[in-house]
Ligand binder design. Structure first.
Ligand code: F0G
Length: 435
């Protein structure tokens, strides 16, 4: 096997505004367009002129690296570094993120009559959520730029990931959380990894607003998904998924939507593969929101995605309790460019879907289960058809939010009862009779 050095084929990138299209080479700490203040995205102008064999060789290079133990090859992000911003090897902060399983669903597949139904379990990342791929990419940029403090606002998972990766990079982290609205497992992670955790009396949207002002005055690198480098890391799930599917494009990929970066990143990843000629078509990328936190659903329904309809978010799927999503424009483009749907699901539908996944041995967060709940609606509407291949992106690990499960009805938790075999056998006989 040929040894492959870091960034062997990486190319320079620029930042382009997603609204007015202005191109800039660098960004200030707010990562906003200098002309219209909208979000930026990373583009790679040199790809347009890249020889055809550049793209053809990529599949081979990426496959070779899977057998390598070098940290930048073991990473499910940096293994794809030809399609990422150039970062020197010593600045790459990685914990072998990505590399998550693609699991065929059985019961849900039977119930929905979808023989090709798969779950891409991003909860199997180092800190238990899909955030790690994006944080690995963005914090490596922060390191390259010489920052020693990083920060984020979060519904929980970003804070856990930021705290862990900052600790690995020997940086300090600050996280702003909505007080009382973050699942205990996520808060515990941020504390364990040594973040400075500030709980604010507001919601996620309020935390992000405050953080904008803080970043202007405090020299900390912003790791929220306003930072376009976050999406560069997160887009690699599309590359990994295509490898796992032997480069056969699925018909549908379904993600939950909160701040709307994840759907945007996936769309970017697939579009880049298509533009480079590595795949021939795009999957339909659909985004599912909780009915109580549905700004994208409302924007699409009420004005075709031209303007954001902000909402006061409320859902027990706290990860996606967001009413003013930053990446809404990017998400609208992905829906339009891929022909995906945008659907909302109720609290009961989320709970039911989560319980169903549990019965087939697949645990995930409530927000992640919104994908299955949404899929049921898309099947009922005829948008997803029986012969089609569907991938649900499960974004977070079940153990992030155990309080949610403790409140779920219909669980088989019995007792306390007497600690004698008679009591236990009597109970087991009753259970047996019911089956
Ligand atoms: N699923 C989980 C488990 C999440 O933690 C999030 C977002 C989403 C889905 C939605 O992804 O924001 O890219 O649309 N969590 C963020 C956080 C907001 O702070 O951890 P999105």
């Amino acid at each position: 096997m040929n040894p492959i050095s870091a960034n062997s084929q990486a190319v320079a990138h620029v930042l382009r505004c997603v609204h007015c299209g202005k191109v800039q080479e660098t960004a200030d700490r707010m990562f906003r367009c200098t002309q219209c203040s909208e979000l930026l995205e990373v583009v790679y102008p040199e790809w347009a002129a890249a020889p055809a064999e550049f793209a053809l060789r990529l599949k081979e290079i990426w496959r070779e690296r899977r057998g390598s133990s070098l940290p930048e090859n073991a990473s499910g992000v940096w293994r794809f570094r030809e399609l990422l911003p150039q970062v020197e090897r010593e600045n790459i902060v990685t914990m072998s993120e990505g590399n998550t399983p693609l699991i065929p669903l059985k019961k849900a597949a039977r119930a929905l009559r979808l023989p090709h139904l798969l779950a891409k379990h991003q909860g199997m990342n180092p800190t238990g959520s899909f955030k790690d791929t994006g944080i690995s990419a963005a914090i490596s940029m922060a390191k390259a730029e010489g920052f020693s403090w990083v920060c984020c606002a979060s519904t929980g998972n970003t804070s856990a990931s930021v705290a862990a990766y900052a600790a690995r990079a020997e940086m300090k982290s600050i996280v702003l959380l909505p007080a009382g609205q973050v699942a205990a497992g996520k808060l515990a992670q941020a504390l364990e990894y040594g973040a400075h955790v500030l709980q604010l009396r507001t919601d996620f949207d309020g935390c992000l607003k405050v953080l904008h002002e803080v970043v202007r005055k405090f020299p900390a690198y912003l790791l929220n998904s306003l930072n376009p480098y976050r999406l560069e890391g997160q887009k690699t799930v599309a590359f990994e998924l295509m490898e796992q599917l032997d480069w056969k494009v699925p018909d549908h990929v379904i993600v939950p939507g909160g701040n709307l970066a994840n759907g945007s990143a996936l769309g970017k990843g697939f579009t880049e593969l298509r533009d480079l000629g590595l795949i021939e078509s795009l999957p339909k990328i659909s985004i599912i929101q909780a009915a109580g936190a549905n700004p994208l659903v409302r924007s699409m329904r009420e004005n075709g995605g031209r303007e954001l309809v902000r909402v006061n978010a409320e859902t027990r799927a706290t990860a996606i309790r967001i009413g003013n999503p930053a990446s809404w424009r990017k998400a609208v483009s992905v829906l339009k460019n891929t022909g995906g749907a945008c659907e909302e699901v109720s609290e009961n539908e989320i709970a039911q879907a989560k319980a169903e996944l549990g019965t087939e041995g697949i645990g995930c967060e409530p927000a992640s289960a919104a994908t299955l709940a949404g899929l049921k609606k898309l099947v009922a509407a005829g948008f997803v058809k029986p012969a089609e291949t569907v991938v649900l992106v499960l974004t977070g690990h079940m153990l992030k939010d155990v309080d949610y499960m403790k409140q779920a009805p219909g669980q088989n938790l019995l007792g306390p009862m007497e600690a004698d075999s008679d009591s236990v056998i009597k109970t087991l006989e009753q259970i047996y009779a019911r089956h």
